[in-house]
Design a protein around this ligand. Structure first.
Ligand SMILES: *[C@@H]1O[C@H](CO)[C@@H](O)[C@H](O)[C@H]1NC(C)=O
Ligand SMILES: *[C@@H]1O[C@H](CO)[C@@H](O)[C@H](O)[C@H]1NC(C)=O
Ligand SMILES: *[C@@H]1O[C@H](CO)[C@@H](O)[C@H](O)[C@H]1NC(C)=O
Ligand SMILES: *[C@@H]1O[C@H](CO)[C@@H](O)[C@H](O)[C@H]1NC(C)=O
Length: 541
């Protein structure tokens, strides 16, 4: 009568290339470990303009809203991509790995991903008097992906984090370059339109944290200037700079308003519109660092940005390493509460300009997320305690090959019984992760019933798939409410370690057996209520 419940957990398919063949069901699947989300899109801003034979809509901005199953963060994030890019930057990476949007969704953030005005899905007016331009593949190789081969600035030799050769013909490079699009060639036009569209977005969605990259970094200054109360913080990853001048690839004058080409609000208010700010040069004799142009003293203050915490983030090998220090000095001098994070200072080495697409992108995301949490506390928002369950460092991530969950990590609220044997698991795991992102996010797993052949339940029972894949949130809720005897808060403490790690099979699957002593009562309850896969019979021993 004793029967051994044989359950298996997989958690090891995050890496592309070690997943099983495509699943047999028609359910959504990703090989890149993207978070499970609800997606909406809408447009903000814009207006009808008259063209030759009628009207067209112009200056609107495409916005995609990605919501985790349980949003647990007080402010959403708005991601603003850089020149030649679109919102795809934040989705999965060109090497197939999971992107920053998923990372932050898994931490409980609502994420807004835009296409800048006149870019991607935001239409450009071909009847206007502006032009579009685009970057050649050579520019991308030289500046972003294969910088070591060109050595256009001293730090380029340190670049090691781009996956693949970074050159044309390399599949990852080609995939990335294929995502590049044409862009408004007049920055004054673009800044003006993005300021309006960005403000319209925040008026619609409420206060948010802006996360910008490169040319997208012009926009948070401009948006914060017009709706300061709606910008809770700015993470500026290698923003267009330095103040007043181009650097590294050119040395022409630029950005007369210091950070931007169009006006920002300074106090005292500048009187000369062509040269609004008086400047001085701060020589920099260190190798690989640009001399800076900052304001003459006393510096005019960016009064509308003075309460917005800013994190300026710079990598080790990017051309921004040459001059982001000037942008930092400028911000500080103008009274903006800015911190400068140089990744190399905290042991993150070898990144170029495209941090979000590089091999260690999640390591960087983690640091940025920690800054948001710290900053939120400073802003006086109710601090959410993140009482996690301490586990050894190398075992903290379920994506880590050394990860071994212990019983205390298996939070009972969120356990469905199963084993999962295809890349479906990623979805399931991520869903749980999102749903219960606080406070057990690192340690939450979902289980599905195993059958003797260890096939994914989804392949044979769509009902179970529905529960699991289509709507994990309500699946879990239903599971809990429909099974009152489920020990919702109390973890059943097995007398001895209930989990044994079996030898990994050749597809890197790891199988855990969980003893009846710990789990069979749940199993029985669920089974009786018909929640489990009917074929998932316990294996007798
Ligand atoms: C064309 O450009 C000028 C200034 O460069 C601007 O004033 C005008 O509004 C533009 N026209 C259109 C249709 O965009
Ligand atoms: C590019 O640089 C890398 C690293 O220095 C080197 O291994 C590779 O051979 C170079 N490729 C070309 C085409 O020069
Ligand atoms: C504004 O500044 C420019 C550049 O320094 C200068 O040539 C011009 O005369 C100034 N205009 C006024 C009205 O002061
Ligand atoms: C396992 O697979 C075999 C062969 O495909 C099949 O006959 C058997 O019914 C399967 N067992 C279960 C429990 O699904």
């Amino acid at each position: 009568m004793l029967f051994q419940l044989s359950l298996a957990l997989l958690g090891f398919f995050a890496k592309v290339g070690i997943v099983n063949a495509a699943p047999t069901s028609g359910f959504p699947v990703t090989t890149s470990g993207e978070a499970f989300v609800a997606r909406d899109y809408f447009y903000v801003g814009g207006n009808y303009v008259e063209v030759g034979n009628g009207h067209i809509f112009s200056n609107q901005m495409y916005v995609e809203k990605l919501s985790p199953f349980k949003a647990s963060q007080p402010y959403p994030l708005v991601f603003i991509h850089g020149q030649g890019q679109t919102g795809t930057n934040w989705l999965n990476k060109p090497d197939g790995g999971s992107g920053w949007a998923s990372y932050f969704l898994d931490q409980g953030y609502v994420v807004y991903v835009i296409d800048q005005t006149e870019r991607g899905r935001s239409a450009w007016n071909p009847s206007g008097n502006t032009t579009l331009t685009t970057y050649s593949a050579e520019i991308i190789e030289q500046r972003f992906t294969a910088t070591r081969n060109f050595s256009l600035w001293p730090q380029a030799s340190l670049h090691t984090q781009w996956p693949g050769s970074g050159l044309m013909g390399d599949p990852i490079f080609d995939e990335y370059y294929a995502s590049n699009v044409e862009f408004q060639s007049n920055t004054v036009v673009q800044e003006t339109k993005m300021q309006a569209a960005g403000a319209a977005l925040l008026k619609k969605i409420g206060p948010a944290v802006l996360v910008s990259h490169s040319q997208g970094g012009l926009m948070p200054w401009l948006i914060g200037d017009v709706v300061p109360n709606l910008v809770k913080a700015i993470i500026s990853i290698e923003p267009t700079g330095p103040p007043f001048i181009e650097a590294v690839f050119s040395s022409t004058s630029a950005r007369p308003w210091g950070l931007t080409n169009i006006p920002l609000t300074y106090s005292p208010s500048p009187t000369n519109a062509t040269a609004p700010l008086e400047t001085q040069i701060v020589a920099n004799n260190a190798p690989g660092l640009a001399s800076c142009i900052i304001q003459a003293s006393p510096a005019r203050q960016l009064v509308n940005l003075k309460n917005i915490p800013v994190l300026l983030e710079t990598s080790e090998a990017s051309y921004h390493a040459v001059y982001d220090g000037c942008t930092f000095q400028f911000l500080e001098q103008a009274g903006v509460p800015v911190e400068w994070l140089k990744l190399a200072d905290i042991g993150i080495h070898g990144n170029g300009h495209l941090h979000f697409a590089e091999k260690n992108s999640h390591e960087i995301a983690e640091v940025l997320e920690a800054w948001i949490r710290k900053t939120r506390a400073r802003l006086g928002v109710r601090k959410i305690s993140r009482k996690g369950i301490p586990v050894p460092k190398d075992q903290t991530s379920p994506d880590s090959p050394t990860f071994v969950p212990t019983p205390s990590e298996l939070h009972p609220n969120f356990i469905l019984f199963s084993r999962i044997v295809s890349n479906h698991h990623t979805l399931i795991h991520r869903a749980a992760h999102s749903y219960n992102s606080y406070p057990y996010s690192q340690y939450t797993y979902m289980y599905f019933p195993a059958d003797a052949n260890h096939t994914t339940p989804c392949s044979s029972d769509p009902r179970v798939c529905d529960l699991a894949y289509r709507d994990p949130k309500s699946a879990i809720r239903d599971l809990i409410t429909s099974t009152p005897s489920l020990p919702v808060r109390q973890h059943p403490k097995p007398a001895r370690a209930p989990i044994r790690l079996a030898a990994p099979s050749k597809n890197h699957e790891r199988v855990y057996e969980i003893e009846r002593a710990a789990w069979s009562s749940w199993y029985t309850t669920l089974n009786v209520r018909g929640i489990l896969h009917p074929r998932a019979v316990p294996v007798s021993h």
